[in-house]
Design a protein around this ligand. Structure first.
Ligand SMILES: *Cc1c(COP(=O)(O)O)cnc(C)c1O
Length: 360
């Protein structure tokens, strides 16, 4: 079967070039006579892969020297616990901004370890906007402020980072890391599960400012302390070797595309194709307030439930898969991460135009 355009929210499409390289190296990685999957994580060949992955990510995101890059396991969901376990110790309280389901999960996990204050929320409008947050809303004594930079389910993103003063800003960047330029020095911690914009599931990227290491609560399990992973170069135990190798290939691919600034431009143009169509369509409608629209996840609806299901069914047969929206929004959602080619969005919009003609 020909490859389809996969609009899944995650695990998501990977660059075809990367999959081809991995396929070519599957049985014999660079004359080692083994697959990367079979290598010791202490072997020179694998250590080179891990070092390259870190070096490339540092380069792509322009990560300052006083930040550690960790490649962990457990997904972003484990970070929901790791962040409070490692940072709450200081004064037992943290501020959160609630912008959707992933924020909510982060909040309920953090409540197990300390006092959580939700300083702002957009739940009054089913999270279709980003609430305004100003510096005076944050507790200057809070251990950290937590935000979700891009809301995968609701299709919103922060256009400006909140000013938190001296309080470290912690960001769940799972669904838009490497899609647009961020100034890493604005953050205390950035974390992201890999399966949206980095590579296969299994590896979680954590970028942490060094002064935040070593503050974990005494009950913190060894595996959930940042410091132990930092001191062991993410090799305290066996890392997710193959996922990390794939992430390295994606980083190389992205560098070849011109890096984050270049992909941001592509992403903006790519998202605009779909948003422009939605804004002018008589039938399809975007669900998010214009100024908070995500570049990565675009939810939209048709005026009747039968039309939504007919559209999803017909799109699937035409090779546009995984367009069904999350149940909390309904309708459709097109996730168009870095690896989605512009052609995929152009063709989807053509297909939507045809659908509109047939059903308008
Ligand atoms: C997908 C996602 C998660 C959950 O990631 P896991 O790696 O499955 O734990 C958390 N936050 C955001 C913003 C996501 O998009």
């Amino acid at each position: 079967m020909a490859r389809v355009f996969n609009f899944s929210a995650g695990p998501a499409m990977m660059p075809e070039e990367v999959l081809k390289i991995a396929a070519g190296e599957m049985l014999d990685y660079q004359n080692t006579g083994t697959s990367v999957m079979e290598m010791s994580h202490r072997s020179n060949a694998f250590i080179a892969i891990a070092n390259d992955a870190e070096k490339l990510l540092r380069e792509l995101m322009d990560i300052p020297q006083n930040y550690k890059v960790l490649f962990l396991q457990g997904g972003a969901s484990t970070q929901f616990a790791m962040v409070p376990l490692n940072l709450m110790g200081e004064n037992g309280k943290a501020d959160y901004v609630n912008t959707g389901m992933w924020s909510k999960k982060a909040i309920s996990e953090a409540k197990k370890y300390g006092a959580v204050k939700v300083v702002a929320t957009s739940d009054d409008k089913n999270f279709n906007y980003i609430p305004k947050v100003t510096k005076d809303m944050f507790d200057p004594q809070a251990a950290y402020v937590h935000i979700t930079t891009n809301n995968t389910i609701f299709g919103t993103r922060f256009r400006e980072l909140p000013d938190t003063g001296n309080v470290p800003l912690v960001a769940d960047m799972s669904s838009n890391i490497l899609s647009e330029v961020y100034d890493v020095s604005r953050f205390g911690i950035i974390y992201a599960g890999a399966q949206k914009n980095i590579g296969p599931a299994g590896v979680t990227v954590v970028i942490i400012r060094e002064d935040l290491l070593g503050r974990e609560l005494p009950v913190t399990p060894t595996m959930l302390g940042y410091k132990v992973h930092a001191e062991n170069e993410s090799m305290y135990n066996t890392p997710p070797c193959y996922s990390l190798y794939m992430a390295k290939l994606v980083f190389e691919w992205l560098k070849g595309k011109g890096g984050v600034k270049a992909i941001q431009k592509i992403n903006e143009d790519k998202a605009a194709v779909l948003y422009n169509f939605l804004d002018n369509s008589r039938l399809f409608k975007g669900t998010v307030e214009t100024r908070f629209r995500s570049l990565m996840n675009i939810p939209f609806v048709l005026p009747a439930e039968e039309l939504n299901s007919a559209f999803i069914k017909q799109a699937t047969s035409a090779g546009f898969i995984n367009l069904k929206g999350h149940r909390s929004v309904g309708g459709m959602r097109a996730s168009i991460y870095n690896a989605m080619p512009v052609e995929g969005v152009n063709k989807l919009v053509e297909f939507m135009k045809e659908f509109e003609k047939r059903n308008g």
